[in-house]
Ligand binder design. Structure first.
Ligand SMILES: *Cc1c(COP(=O)(O)O)cnc(C)c1O
Length: 357
């Protein structure tokens, strides 16, 4: 049995560890960039009534036409661009990689960056090339990226804007330079767009190789699993062929369309999170020995005094707060912790616990 497994499971898959999610029971969950707010009661009642009238004996609308229109409208997709939906944007990254994989084709991004680019490239049998960000401020090293693109000819370059886990927005001109120099696709991943005042939506169609990816996870619908890719139909028509039929289930379609028809509720939650982000960043900056990195997302990366990240993670957990330890994930993240912005009460608890430590 073991021989069969080691003979047939690809070595790069055997070398992986499965995506690990920390147990959060009983803790303030500030580890996964979720929106901390739930829905008002009246909205819940309306939603449940809608679900009550939803039949699950039939397959869902295969193209999710109503939801797609609502997303395109709500997220400012320009006229003439096609939209395809994924079961989370992770599934979209997978569709892109599946369509591009083949001998001599690699995936490129920056490190430290979003881990799923590397993971999914590996699932699809593609080498991953990660180009280090600049150590001072996590900005793009354009010269290094140009050189790496020259050398490796990546089929796709993924850039998260703002970046996870660093939280910063790259310089717009740097990204445009990379889009223009890329030999293949350039996908700008705007998972944190609700928390930043920047987007490449308006650049779609201006470059042959530019696509934009979004998700509803970070704006407050992480449980629904819904992301989308948008850009010129010539690309999107191809990716649509590898999309599994009915990949967006009927409960997600109904619930997301309903939620987006009440977008003002989520916009208000986003506004609260953004103002809490500023308050939390200021409080963190007041802690001795802590470096706070600027964030345009719904989380903040900090650097603890040398060698303290693990102890702080444990100390916070003992005080009821769960965060993410980034120490060890990449040399540029030495002594770093990533803190999701929570409710004012959760953020106060986090700061009080850090002070106690
Ligand atoms: C969270 C995150 C995603 C994943 O989004 P899902 O739609 O929940 O799969 C994509 N990109 C980045 C950069 C993220 O941080």
């Amino acid at each position: 049995m073991n021989n069969l497994v080691s003979h047939w499971i690809r070595p790069e898959i055997r070398a992986l560890s499965a995506y690990h999610v920390q147990d959060a029971s009983g803790l303030a969950k500030l580890d996964a960039m979720e929106n901390p707010y739930t829905w008002p009661e009246a909205l819940r009642d309306e939603w449940v009534e809608l679900l009550r009238r939803t039949d699950v004996n039939r397959y869902p609308d295969p193209s999710a036409a109503g939801l797609t229109r609502r997303l395109a409208l709500g997220m400012g997709v320009p006229e003439g661009m096609r939209v395809i939906l994924g079961n989370g944007s992770d599934e979209i990254i997978q569709m892109v990689c599946m369509s591009l994989s083949g001998p001599g084709r690699c995936v490129m991004s920056v490190d430290p960056g979003f881990v799923m680019y590397r993971m999914i490239a590996t699932f699809c049998g593609m080498p991953y090339v990660g180009v280090p960000l600049k150590a001072e401020d996590f900005s793009l090293d354009v010269a290094a990226l140009r050189q790496a693109m020259d050398e490796h000819q990546p089929a796709v370059v993924f850039l998260a804007y703002p970046n996870n886990p660093t939280g910063n927005l790259y310089d717009e001109a740097d990204i445009l330079e990379i889009i223009q120099a890329a030999p293949g696709l350039a996908v700008v991943d705007e998972a944190y767009a609700p928390f930043a005042d920047a987007t490449f939506m308006q650049s779609l169609g201006r470059y042959d190789n530019l696509l934009v990816m979004r998700t509803v996870s970070k704006m407050g619908l992480a449980g629904l699993r819904l992301g989308f890719l948008t850009g010129p139909p010539t690309w999107l028509d191809e990716f649509d062929k590898v999309r599994l039929p009915y990949n967006i289930n009927v409960l997600t379609q109904v619930s997301a369309e309903f939620a987006l028809s009440h977008k003002s509720v989520f916009d208000e939650q986003t506004r609260l999170i953004r103002s809490e982000r500023e308050r939390l960043a200021a409080a963190l900056a007041g802690l001795p020995g802590v470096t706070v990195f600027p964030s345009q997302a719904n989380f903040i990366l900090i650097r603890t005094p040398p060698g303290r990240a693990g102890a702080w993670l444990d100390g916070l957990k003992a005080r009821g707060v769960l965060i993410k330890n980034m120490h060890g994930a990449h040399p540029l993240l030495t002594d770093c912790l990533r803190l999701t912005v929570g409710t004012p009460e959760e953020n106060d608890r986090l700061v009080a616990a850090l002070k106690a430590l």
